[in-house]
Design a protein around this ligand. Structure first.
Ligand code: NAD
Ligand code: TYD
Length: 357
């Protein structure tokens, strides 16, 4: 007889990375999943539509900061682990309004930790030993690198520069504190920039794809020489599955793609792919517009992911060229999903951020 699937409580599972994680967990039949998501502007139930009739998936709308609800879900479903993706995640929005970032990323994570800790303290035996609180974080907590600096390691000191990065650094600190103070078996991952299917089109890559196809300007901040280390989302999700199964409590793991590119190079590659897939009267590169820089714009991020490779045997499967081609093709072939996210809220954001009427 096959053993029953373990249950995961996945918070923020209707967002970009969370949805990719939930879909992959179910496709590979690795877990029964309870998705808890507040459905902010970034949460989208359409991303979980393939699981509509899946008896091993349950969606619950709610806030990670709602202690009563989370305690109830933990009692009801007895998960083997919590995977926390829930967050406000866009740097530009954190510059416009930091408050929701403090509310969810700091206070929300704190409340989730407290509730999880109470649940875990009442477990016994194997269930207690195997329980994990997996916290999904970002490389942005480490701050900005110069052109010749070595990539961020797990011991690089935190130096966040945006309200988003500072709120994630605070959350990571709380996660660490729950391990040292209460022994809660937490694991934190700090990952570089993700891209792929189901990403909300406020972030660089999907924004550029959709702006290009709409014949609108492609707004590159500053001189376009800022560097990010891009990782295809399925590779991130595979890394998280490894961390859940094999990672050690109290440890942090850096996850990255070894794909350092300037924003200018990224936008050029998107334009070139679109030129070949859906040619227009002129190259999409003609739509590129250099615009006012983001305040406090970090110059370079790069991740040293040797610990993941050495200790957990993980390696990214996609190069930037293969991952970007899959991503562009996904946005070209999913017009319904795109129509769904182009709500009034998205138009309001474009108007506020880029002055589009
Ligand atoms: P996202 O913005 O696409 O999704 C966040 C999800 O969390 C949404 O579904 C939203 O509705 C939900 N949410 C927000 N507040 C909530 C609350 N209080 N309670 C419950 N649900 C809530 O974000 P993403 O890009 O999928 O990122 C997921 C996580 O990974 C975040 O913690 C982010 O910091 C981290 N991360 C993201 C990247 C990246 O490149 N996108 C890179 C590294 C780490
Ligand atoms: P983003 O996708 O917002 O991720 P993060 O700020 O978390 O790295 O931005 C990626 C890079 O692209 C970052 O250097 C800012 C830049 N960028 C632009 O040049 N134009 C844009 O319109 C956006 C959204 C981002």
């Amino acid at each position: 007889m096959t053993p029953p699937l373990p249950t995961l409580l996945v918070t923020g599972g209707a967002g970009f990375i969370g949805a990719n994680f939930v879909l992959q967990m179910r496709q590979r039949q690795q877990a029964t999943v309870i998705t808890l998501d507040k459905l902010t502007y970034a949460g989208n139930l359409q991303s979980l539509a393939p699981l509509k009739d899946d008896p091993h998936h349950r969606f619950v709308r709610g806030d990670i900061g709602n202690r009563e609800l989370v305690a109830h879900l933990l009692e009801q479903f007895q998960p083997a682990a919590i995977v926390n993706f829930a967050a406000e995640s866009h740097v530009d929005r954190s510059i416009v309004s930091p408050e929701p970032f403090l509310q969810t990323n700091v206070l929300g994570t704190g409340a989730l930790l407290e509730t999880a800790c109470r649940y875990w303290q009442r477990l016994t035996g194997d269930r207690r030993d195997r329980f994990r609180f997996l916290h999904v974080s970002t490389d942005e907590v480490y701050g900005s690198l110069g052109p010749d600096d070595p990539p961020f390691t797990e011991t690089t000191p935190f130096a966040p520069n945006s309200p988003y990065a500072a709120s994630k650094a605070a959350a990571d600190g709380l996660v660490r504190a729950f391990f040292h103070t209460y022994g809660l078996p937490v694991i934190t991952t700090n990952c570089s920039n993700n891209y792929g299917p189901y990403q909300f089109p406020e972030k660089l890559i999907p924004l550029m794809i959709l702006q290009a196809l709409a014949g609108k300007p492609l707004p590159i901040y500053g001189d376009g020489q800022n560097v990010r280390d891009w990782l295809y989302v399925a590779d991130h999700v595979a890394a998280l599955a490894q961390v859940w199964q094999k990672g050690l409590p109290g440890e942090t793991y850096n996850i990255g793609g070894r794909n350092e590119l300037t924003n200018r190079e990224v936008v050029h590659q998107i334009c070139d792919l679109l030129d070949s897939r859906q040619p227009g009267p002129q190259s999409y590169r003609a739509q590129i517009a250099f615009v006012k820089d983001r305040p406090g714009h970090d110059r370079r991020y790069a991740i040293d992911c040797r610990k993941m490779e050495r200790e957990l045997g993980w390696q990214p499967q996609e190069t930037f060229a293969t991952g970007l081609a899959k991503t562009v093709d996904w946005y070209l072939t999913n017009p319904d999903w795109i129509a769904g996210v182009r709500s009034g809220e998205y138009q309001t954001w474009l108007a506020r951020q880029y002055g589009e009427g």
